[in-house]
Structures are given as C-alpha cells and as structure tokens.
Design a protein around this ligand. Structure first.
Ligand SMILES: *[C@@H]1O[C@H](CO)[C@@H](O)[C@H](O)[C@H]1NC(C)=O
Ligand SMILES: *[C@@H]1O[C@H](CO)[C@@H](O)[C@H](O)[C@H]1NC(C)=O
Ligand SMILES: *[C@@H]1O[C@H](CO)[C@@H](O)[C@H](O)[C@H]1NC(C)=O
Ligand SMILES: *[C@@H]1O[C@H](CO)[C@@H](O)[C@H](O)[C@H]1NC(C)=O
Ligand SMILES: *[C@@H]1O[C@H](CO)[C@@H](O)[C@H](O)[C@H]1NC(C)=O
Ligand SMILES: *[C@@H]1O[C@H](CO)[C@@H](O)[C@H](O)[C@H]1NC(C)=O
Length: 613
C-alpha cells in the first residue's frame, strides 16, 4: 500500500505549495509601501485592493519571494499620478497602464532592470524625464502611443535598452531627430519602430543601415521641416515588411528594392520623391499595398501585379496616365540624361506629359518634332554630363554652362551627327576634351582643370604594382574600401566610366599599414572633400590610395557576380587585389553628396567593417 500513498502525497504537494506561499507570504516591505502609494494615488474603484498584502490584489502578481513582478491595470479608467517610488519595484517585469487617464509627470523608471513590457499608451502624462530609460536592459516592448506629453526628444538613455524589440510612440509629441542608435549596433532585435505623428525632423539615421526593423512607421510628422533627405538607407533594411513614410518631405529617387523580399506595404504618398519608379519595386512579389500618390515621380506610370492595392493618383509627373505604358522615345532620352545629375526637382516640376516639344523647360524642337536644343544653363546642376546625350541624334546645341558639373566631357558626344555648339563653360570639368569636328563650336572656358590630366598630387603606382609586401597580413588582409562616387561623387558614378580611356596607368599604393584586431584591415573611404579632380580617379582608403580603375578591374567592372550586398548608400562588391588582398568596395551612387553625407557614409563603412569582421 505504500505506492498509492506516495502518489497521493506528491499530488498534495503540488496543489498545496502555491497556496501556502500565497496565503502566508507578505510582499517585501518596500514593494508593499510602493503599492500602497499607488493605491492611494489611483484609487482604483473597480478593483478589489482591500487585502493588506498587495500580492493578493487583483491584477497584481508577485514572485515567490514576494516581490511585485506584474502590474496589469489597462482600461481601468484610472485617474491620478504614479508614485515617484515606482522604480524601486526592482523585480517588476510587466507594467501595463494603457488606456487610462493618468496625469502628472511620468516618474523615472531608471533602474528597473527586469522590466520587459512597458505599456503606457493612451494616458495624460504631462512629461517624461530624460533619464527615464536608464539601465532598463531587459526592456522588450515599449508603447507610449497617444500620450499627451509636453515635447521631448528620444533620450540617449534609451540605448541601454539593448533587448528592445518594439518601440512605439505614435503621436507622443517627440521632437528633434531620430537618434542615430536605432539600428543593429544597439538594438539587434528591434523589429518595430513606430514614431508617426510626432514632430520629428531631419533624415533617416545612418544606423538604420542593415537593421532588423520589420515595421517602420514614421508618417505624418508635424514639424515644419518634417522628415527629409533620401530613402537610400532602406535598401539595406532587408527585413522590412511595412514602411509608412507618408506625409513627410523625403526627396531623391526611390532606392533599389531587390533585396527587400518581405516588403508588403510601402506608403510614401505626400512626399517630394522624384525619378522613375524602379522595376525592383514593381516586381517585388511580396508587395500587397503601395501608395505613391502626390510625389514628383517621372517616367512611365508603374504597373504593379494584379493583387497589389495601388494608389498613384494625385500629383506626380508620369508621362502618361496609363500604368505600364512606355513614354515617348524623346522623353526616355531626356530622363536618361538627367539621371546623371540626380533628376533635379526643376525637371520633375516642368517636364510634364509625353511631348518634350510642347516645349519643356530648356528644350527646343524642330518643326518635325525632333529635339534640336537642350539648354540647361545655370540650373545649379551637380553631377556629370551624361553620355546619353549622344542618343539624341537630332541635337544641334547642347548648352550646359554655369552649372556645377564635374567629371569629364563624355567622348560619345563627338558622335552627335549634326551638333554645332557645345557650351560647357563655367563648370568643374576636367580632362581631355574629345576631338569634335571642326564644325562644332566648343566652349570650355571657366573649367579650372580642363585639359589637365587627372590627379596631380596623389601618388599612384602603375597598374597591379601594389608594393603589397609592406602591408600587414599580406594576402589574408581584408580591406573594406568605400568608393565614394559622387558630389565628388555622383560624378564618378557615371563619369568614372570614362577614366578607363585614360592612358595613365593606375594602381594601388599602400602607404603604411594599420591592422585592427585579427588581421583585418579597416579602412574608411576617404575620397577627400578637399575637391580637385584627383578625387574622381583615386580613392584614398585610409592608408591606401587605390585608383578607381583598379577597383573596376578587381570587381570585374562592378559585375553582378561580385555583389556582396546592398547598403544604404550603394552596392558592395567583392574583389581581390593582385597580391591576394580581399577587398570590399562600396560604390555609392546617391545624388548630391554633402559633407555630412560623406561623414555618414564613412560611419557606414565603419559599420560595414564591423559586420564583415
Ligand atoms: C485625458 O486626455 C483626454 C484626451 O486628450 C481627455 O479627453 C481627458 O479629459 C483627459 N483626462 C484628464 C483626467 O485630464
Ligand atoms: C507638445 O508640447 C508642447 C510644449 O512642450 C505643447 O505646447 C504642445 O501642446 C504639445 N503638443 C501636443 C500635441 O500635445
Ligand atoms: C532637412 O531639414 C533640416 C531642418 O530640419 C535642414 O537643416 C536640412 O538641411 C534638411 N536636409 C535636406 C537634405 O533637405
Ligand atoms: C493613398 O494616398 C491617398 C492620398 O494621401 C489617400 O487618399 C489614399 O487613401 C491612400 N491609399 C491607400 C491604399 O492607402
Ligand atoms: C526627325 O524626325 C523625323 C520624323 O519626325 C525622323 O524621321 C528623323 O529621323 C528625325 N531626325 C533625327 C536627326 O532624329
Ligand atoms: C558648386 O559646388 C561647390 C562645392 O562643390 C560649391 O561650393 C558651390 O557653391 C557650387 N556652386 C553652385 C553654383 O552650385
């Protein structure tokens, strides 16, 4: 009979044990005091909080050692303020107070190292202290939506919440910029970032590069300048499923979506986006909802799959109203030539419809409807002269004076059959002028470096002659090189194509080596901002000077097969130098590259370096 007895006994234990703990336990004295203060402040009428032991209160849970772990008071119509001592409930894991009418300042919760869930949405708190998030290293879910705070900025202390998965603060009166720590560096598990309807300004932070964010809502900022800048960084955020950026002032072209295979919702209506809608978006299989209404997109109206809910009404500059119908050949050619200057807004605003001979701004045509004059003088164009001008065979006058065009004059232009005038004076062009026919009047004055042959100051050794022996780690060394193509920059993106024709040999010249950690060399793109034509040919990568020609060679002319990945500002290619050094080349083709942009790019390279190691 011993067996059944044992069985019975152990059953009893299992059932009784929790009861014993509950009825005999008293919450830890300090926790009890805090809970009493909470009770006094909130006077919850609908809940039975009469027991002297808060661990027995409704909606409260304690640990076995009587510490308060859960407070779940949502939808209780509670009024009043939270006690300042709340952050002494150091075992608290869950704090749910959403949808009440709590007022007064939110006390600091700094030090609640166990808190995982913080739900405070829909309340009337008046302020949030800047040290609020200090030390909350377990925090996973934060909801502060529709809290009537006075304005606040997202504090640096939020960085300590390294377990963060969801941060949602829609309409919470947040001002300032999106801090540059919302990304993999600090929040490797972040999947949801909802900051719509605040007063944020500035651009998408560089830290978004490669982040794990899936749902990104930054729509409808109320600040005067709203969120601005380009969407380039999105192309590296390959986990994205939902993107709400509508109602801001984003500019530039849409990025490359080919790596965003999970993207379902893409809403960028009511911005100032330009250029054609890329096929990488229209061809995305995962796409379900897309809203492009009220931008300045150009080119053919995009055609999405049947199952995609599309809104592209309102202001846009598509050539034709019907989706998927190609533009007039002349329109395509003109859009091609403004690509290399980043599709300036002036053309998005003035080149409408499908007939450039209407005429469009800067365009003149013959009676037969052929483009004869392209006059883009003094339009503040930055970038390079597109070789695609050569496709406009009817062109007689190409006038590009008084801009900020850099790079070389494309050789292709000399093939224009009936060209009579080319005026590129007062730009920042350099290099050899193609040999135009006698009949062509060519003006190149006001370009300081015209007819000068590339970099004069930078030491460059002959092709393949990288004196690699003095480089630490030799062939095993990994180098991350950022090829800055643009401002400098854009320029090189296209203009660099023409450096190939240059006779001067190019190569790699390591100056001295620095090794970071385990033999991985870290270099930062350093096509310097000091200007000068040398930038276009040569990338100074930390301690190396590498000619773009070499980068071109080792990446197999930036071939598809060499693509390692796509980043916020361009595509990363792998390559191997002659001495076996493996390099990653990041080719940036964003529009105008400001100094700040260059800094961001550099820090991105730094991030990239970390990732690769
Ligand atoms: C809380 O805010 C809501 C909406 O702003 C308002 O209707 C309500 O009266 C406020 N309650 C208190 C107690 O201030
Ligand atoms: C945001 O905060 C400012 C003051 O900090 C206040 O004047 C304004 O009313 C708040 N806005 C909202 C929508 O609550
Ligand atoms: C974005 O807006 C800020 C002001 O909030 C301004 O200083 C900055 O120049 C703008 N950037 C761009 C790229 O327009
Ligand atoms: C797209 O944007 C327009 C204009 O802002 C809006 O009226 C429409 O409801 C949106 N469509 C979708 C499918 O979200
Ligand atoms: C000019 O237009 C006519 C027809 O409109 C076309 O046949 C001819 O090839 C064009 N000329 C050039 C130089 O493009
Ligand atoms: C051309 O670019 C330089 C810097 O690259 C800038 O200082 C200058 O203001 C620009 N000029 C025009 C006309 O945009």
């Amino acid at each position: 009979m011993t067996k059944p007895f044992h069985l019975f006994f152990s059953l009893i234990i299992i059932i009784i044990l929790p009861t014993i703990i509950h009825s005999q336990s008293q919450s830890a004295p300090n926790d009890a005091a805090v809970m009493q203060a909470l009770k006094t402040n909130l006077t919850p009428k609908s809940l039975d909080w009469s027991d002297p032991n808060p661990c027995n209160w409704k909606q409260i849970q304690c640990s076995r050692d009587n510490r308060v772990t859960w407070i779940q008071l949502r939808n209780q119509n509670l009024q009043g303020t939270l006690p300042r001592t709340l952050n002494t409930l150091t075992e608290l894991q869950v704090l749910e107070l959403q949808n009440n009418q709590l007022t007064g300042p939110l006390p600091s919760l700094s030090g609640l190292t166990q808190l995982q869930i913080l739900l405070l949405s829909y309340n009337n708190f008046t302020s949030i202290p800047s040290g609020f998030f200090t030390g909350m290293s377990s925090l996973k879910h934060v909801y502060l939506d529709y809290v009537t705070f006075s304005s606040w900025v997202l504090p640096e202390t939020l960085k300590s919440a390294s377990s963060l998965q969801v941060f949602s603060a829609t309409s919470a009166n947040i001002t300032g910029t999106i801090p540059d720590f919302f990304g993999g560096d600090y929040f490797s598990k972040l999947t949801t970032l909802h900051l719509g309807f605040n007063s944020l300004e500035g651009g998408l932070p560089n830290s978004f590069f490669g982040s794990s964010i899936q749902s990104l809502r930054l729509n409808g900022q109320n600040s005067r300048s709203k969120l601005n800048g380009t969407l380039d960084v999105l192309e590296s955020m390959i986990q994205l499923t939902e993107v709400w950026l509508h109602g801001n002032m984003f500019t530039g072209t849409l990025p490359d979506f080919s790596a965003l295979n999970d993207l379902q919702t893409f809403s960028v209506r009511d911005n100032s986006l330009i250029g054609p809608v890329p096929e990488s978006l229209t061809e995305l299989r995962s796409l379900k909802v897309v809203n492009l209404t009220n931008n300045m997109f150009q080119g053919p109206k995009p055609s999405f799959g049947k199952s995609v809910e599309v809104d592209i009404s309102g202001r846009n500059s598509f050539c034709l109203p019907d989706p998927g119908v190609g533009c007039d050949d002349r329109v395509n050619k003109l859009l091609a030539v403004v690509e290399s200057v980043g599709y300036p807004q002036v053309f998005a605003e003035n080149w409408k419809g499908n007939d450039p001979c209407e005429p469009w701004l800067g365009i003149k045509c013959s009676a037969s409807g052929n483009i004869t004059v392209v006059n883009l003088q003094g339009m503040g164009l930055t970038g390079c002269i597109s070789p695609d001008f050569a496709a406009i065979k009817s062109l007689q006058r190409l006038l590009l004076a008084d801009n900020n065009l850099s790079g070389m004059i494309p050789d292709e232009l000399k093939d224009l059959p009936i060209l009579i005038e080319l005026d590129v004076s007062y730009n920042q062009l350099y290099g050899r002028v193609p040999e135009f026919k006698q009949s062509v009047k060519v003006r190149t004055d006001g370009n300081v470096d015209i007819e000068k042959d590339g970099p004069s100051t930078t030491p460059v050794s002959p092709a393949g002659g990288q004196k690699g022996g003095d480089r630490g780690g030799g062939g095993k060394t990994g180098v991350v090189v950022g090829l800055v193509v643009g401002g400098l920059v854009v320029v090189a993106g296209v203009c660099v194509l023409y450096t190939r024709k240059r006779k001067r040999a190019s190569g790699v010249h390591p100056r001295h080596s620095t090794s970071d950690g385990d033999g991985v060399k870290i270099t930062v793109a350093g096509s310097s901002t000091t200007g000068g034509p040398s930038d276009i040919h040569v990338v100074e990568a930390g301690n190396m000077v590498i000619s773009i020609q070499v980068l071109r060679d080792v990446t197999n002319n930036f071939s598809q097969d060499n693509i390692l990945g796509k980043g916020g500002f361009g595509t990363v290619y792998k390559g191997e130098l002659h001495d076996g050094t493996k390099i990653a080349v990041k080719r940036m083709e964003s529009g105008v590259m400001s100094e700040k942009g260059l800094d961001e790019f550099k820090s991105e390279i730094a991030v990239l370096t970390k990732v690769k190691t």
